[in-house]
Design a protein around this ligand. Structure first.
Ligand SMILES: NC(=O)c1ccc[n+]([C@@H]2O[C@H](COP(=O)([O-])OP(=O)(O)OC[C@H]3O[C@@H](n4cnc5c(N)ncnc54)[C@H](O)[C@@H]3O)[C@@H](O)[C@H]2O)c1
Ligand SMILES: O=C(O)C[C@H](O)C(=O)O
Ligand SMILES: [Mg+2]
Length: 610
C-alpha cells in the first residue's frame, strides 16, 4: 500500500531522487570520520543501520560482531518491516479516539527517528502525505500540549533565561560543526493553542523534519532551538512535571536582551545558517523580524511564509473565477485575524497590488480582529495594523461601523474571499458561511487557515454544506475532500506555509545571500506557486499541488529564491558555486542546481571496501 503508484508527482520525485543520490556524496560519512566503535555506533541514530542492516565487513571491522543477531536484513526489508508495524498499529487502534491514534502514530515514528535517522527520513519522504499530519500539523499541536509527559530524549538545543551570559559558550556544546538551517521558537504562540512554554519545542523539530523531507537539508545540519523565557500559562506553571522554567515570561528589555544574545551566538558560530523564527507571539514577531532581518539571514515563517502561500491561493481564486490576475486589485477580501499571519498576508498582498497596478491603489481588504472590523476610528490600534484600517467614511457608506461583527461585514460586503487567521475554531459559523452564498463572486473562496484542526475557522464539510458547492476551499490543517453526492467532490486545499518555507530556506542557503529580501519572498510565491497549477486544475478548485510532490515544489521555490537573490545582487554563492556561476544559470539549471543539493537517505558504507 505504501509503495507509491507511478503518478506525475512520483515520477518527478524519482527523477529528482536519482539526482539526489548522486548529490548525496557530500553527506555520506567518509570512512575515516567514523571514530566510533561497537555499541556506540548502535546507539547513534545517524550511523545506526537498524542494527540488523550492518553488513559483515562492517561488523568485523567496527567491533560489532557478537553484538547483533547473525542475519543481515536489507534496507528494503527493514523499510517493509517498519511499514508493516505502522499499518498494524493503524489496524489495532481503529475505533479509538483520534487523539489516541495520532499520538500512537507519532510515538512509533518518533522512536524510529531516535533509533535510525536514515530509515526514518526515507519512510517520511516516501509517505509524506500520510506522515506529514503526524510529525507536523495537526498532530504536532497535540504533541506540544503533552510534551512534558512525552519527553524521553533531548533533540536540538534548549536555551533559557537562566543562561544569560553563557550562550556564546553553550553554542559550542552542539556537536555538529556545520549547521545550515535553524528553527527557533520561544513557545509563546504555538499554532492556535497559545503559550505552551518549553513544550513548543515540537514545532521546530516538526518544521525541520519538513526541511529534510521537502528541501533535502542534511539532517546532520539542522538545529531546532527552544528559547525558554518562562511561560504565562498557569496550567503549565502549576504542573510539577512541566520541563520548562517555572516563571512568568520575560518582558521588555529583559526579553530582547536574551534574544539578542542568542542571535549573536548563533551568528558567531554559524554565520551562514538560515534562522527561521516560528510561533512567536504577535508582540514580538514583527519587532524581532525588523530587528534582525537586515543583519542576518532570517525570516519569520508565520508572517512571511504564510503570506506567500495565502497570496498564491488568492491569485488562484482570481484565476478560478476566469478573471485576469490584474483583477486581484478588485477582489473584496475579508481577513479575520489581525495578528502576525493576517498582517503578513495584507502586507504582501498590498505589495502585489501595487506592482500589478503600478499605483498606490489599495486592494479591497476588510480586516477584523477579536473586536470586529478595524477602521480608522479604532482606539489604541497597533502600528502594524494601522495601515490596513478601513477609512470610516467608506465603512459607513456600506452601512457598517467601527467594530462591526463578522456576519454584518460578510452580509454587507459580499466578499469574493473570506480568509481566517484568527486561531478561533468555528468562527466561520453556519450564518457566516450561508452569507457567503450572496458573494459577488461566482466562485467564492473560503480559507480557514488556522491550526490545528479544532482551531480551523470552519471544517471543509461545513464550508461546502453552508456556503455552496461552487466554493473554493483551503485550510491550514488537512481535511478529507468532501463528498458532494452524485460523484461530485469538494476539493480541499491545504493552505499551509509548508509549501514555501522549505524552499525559502533552501534557496536562501544556496544563494549565499546574507539577508532574505522581500523580492526573494515574492519570487517564492508569485513566480512559482501562484502559477504552478494548470487552468483545468484551477477550475476544479485545486489551488496548490499535491504534497506528494513536495520535493519538486521545493526545488522550484528554492530556484525562484536563488534567481531573485541573483537579480537583486544579493547572491554571494554557496560552497564551490560562486555568484558568477549562479548568475549564468538558466532557470532550468538553477532548478537542477537546487535539486542536486538535496540530501537523500541511503545507508552509506562506514568502512572502505578492500
Ligand atoms: N495555515 C498556515 O500556514 C498558518 C500560518 C501561520 C499561522 N496560522 C494560524 O493562524 C492563527 C493565527 O496566527 P497568528 O500568528 O496571526 O496569531 P496572533 O495571535 O498574532 O493573531 C490572532 C488574531 O486573531 C484575532 N482574533 C482573535 N479572536 C478573534 C475572533 N473571534 N474574531 C476575529 N479575530 C479574532 C486577534 O485579535 C488577533 O488579531 C493560528 O491559529 C495559526 O496556527 C496558519
Ligand atoms: O505550523 C503550521 O502548520 C503553520 C503555521 O506555521 C502555524 O503556526 O500555524
Ligand atoms: Mg507557525
Amino acid at each position: 500500500m505504501w509503495r507509491r503508484s507511478v503518478s506525475r508527482s512520483a515520477l518527478t520525485l524519482r527523477q529528482s531522487r536519482r539526482l539526489s543520490i548522486c548529490a548525496s556524496t557530500t553527506p555520506i560519512p567518509a570512512p575515516s570520520i567514523i571514530h566510533k566503535r561497537g555499541a556506540d555506533i548502535l546507539h547513534d541514530p545517524w550511523f545506526n543501520k537498524q542494527d540488523t542492516g550492518f553488513p559483515m565487513t562492517e561488523r568485523d571491522r567496527l567491533g560489532l560482531r557478537g553484538l547483533l543477531p547473525p542475519r543481515v536484513i536489507s534496507f528494503d526489508q527493514q523499510y517493509d518491516r517498519f511499514m508493516e508495524s505502522y499499518h498494524s498499529l493503524e489496524h489495532n487502534t481503529k475505533g479509538q479516539p483520534l487523539s489516541v491514534v495520532s499520538l500512537a502514530k507519532w510515538r512509533i515514528l518518533n522512536r524510529l527517528h531516535d533509533r535510525n535517522e536514515t530509515l526514518y527520513y526515507r519512510v517520511l519522504i516516501d509517505n509524506i502525505k500520510d506522515f506529514a499530519p503526524i510529525i507536523y500539523t495537526p498532530t504536532v499541536g497535540l504533541v506540544c500540549q503533552n510534551y512534558s509527559g512525552l519527553f524521553r530524549r533531548p533533540r536540538g538545543m534548549y536555551f533559557s533565561a537562566k543562561d544569560k551570559g553563557e550562550m556564546m559558550s553553550m553554542i559550542y556544546n552542539w556537536p555538529a560543526k556545520q549547521v545550515d538551517m535553524i528553527v527557533l521558537t520561544d513557545g509563546s504562540r504555538i499554532l492556535g493553542l497559545g503559550d505552551l512554554g518549553v513544550q513548543g519545542m515540537a514545532i521546530p523539530i516538526g518544521k525541520l523534519d519538513m526541511y529534510v523531507a521537502a528541501a533535502g537539508i542534511n539532517p546532520q545540519r539542522i538545529l531546532p532551538i527552544m528559547l525558554d523565557v518562562g511561560t504565562n500559562n498557569q496550567q503549565l506553571l502549576d504542573n510539577p512535571l512541566y520541563i520548562g522554567l517555572r516563571q512568568p515570561r520575560l518582558e521588555g528589555e529583559e526579553y530582547i536582551a536574551v534574544v539578542d544574545e542568542l542571535m549573536e551566538a548563533l551568528h558567531a558560530r554559524w554565520p551562514k545558517a538560515i534562522v527561521q523564527f516560528e510561533d512567536f507571539q504577535f508582540k514580538w514577531a514583527f519587532e524581532t523580524l525588523e530587528r534582525y532581518r537586515k543583519k542576518i539571514c532570517m525570516f519569520n515563517d508565520d508572517i512571511q511564509g504564510t503570506a506567500g502561500v495565502a497570496l498564491a491561493g488568492l491569485l488562484g481564486t482570481v484565476r478560478a473565477q476566469g478573471r485576469p490576475l490584474s483583477d486581484f486589485a478588485n477582489q473584496k477580501i475579508v481577513v479575520v485575524g489581525a495578528g502576525s499571519a493576517g498582517l503578513g498576508v495584507l502586507n504582501m498582498a498590498y505589495q502585489a497590488v501595487a506592482r500589478m497596478t503600478g499605483t498606490n491603489a489599495k486592494p479591497q481588504f476588510f480586516l477584523l480582529d477579536k473586536d470586529g472590523l478595524i477602521t480608522t476610528e479604532r482606539v489604541g490600534i497597533d502600528s502594524a495594523a494601522a495601515p490596513f484600517s478601513k477609512p470610516i467614511e467608506e465603512v459607513k457608506s456600506l452601512g457598517l461601523h467601527e467594530g462591526s461583527d463578522l456576519l454584518e461585514v460578510v452580509t454587507k460586503v459580499k466578499p469574493h474571499v473570506l480568509l481566517g487567521l484568527s486561531g478561533v475554531g468555528g468562527v466561520f459559523n453556519e450564518h457566516v458561511l450561508k452569507a457567503m452564498r450572496n458573494s459577488d463572486s461566482p466562485k467564492p473562496a473560503i480559507f480557514a487557515m488556522s491550526n490545528p484542526t479544532l482551531n480551523a475557522e470552519c471544517t471543509a464539510a461545513d464550508a461546502f454544506k453552508h456556503a455552496g458547492e461552487n466554493i473554493v476551499f483551503g485550510s491550514g490543517s488537512p481535511f478529507e475532500h468532501v463528498d458532494l453526492g452524485n460523484g461530485k467532490v469538494g476539493h480541499v486545499n491545504q493552505a499551509n506555509n509548508m509549501y514555501l518555507f522549505p524552499g525559502i530556506g533552501l534557496g536562501s542557503l544556496l544563494s549565499g545571500a546574507h539577508i532574505i529580501s522581500d523580492g526573494m519572498l515574492q519570487a517564492a510565491s508569485e513566480w512559482f506557486l501562484a502559477s504552478y497549477m494548470t487552468e483545468e486544475e484551477i477550475q476544479m478548485g485545486r489551488l496548490y499541488p499535491s504534497i506528494d510532490s513536495i520535493r519538486h515544489i521545493t526545488a522550484e521555490v528554492g530556484a525562484a529564491v536563488v534567481r531573485a537573490a541573483v537579480a537583486e545582487e544579493l547572491a554571494e554563492g554557496h560552497g564551490e558555486v560562486g555568484p558568477k556561476e549562479l548568475e549564468h544559470m538558466s532557470k532550468e539549471e538553477t532548478v537542477e542546481y537546487v535539486t542536486s543539493n538535496m540530501w537523500f537517505p541511503i545507508y552509506s558504507p562506514l568502512v572502505h571496501e578492500k
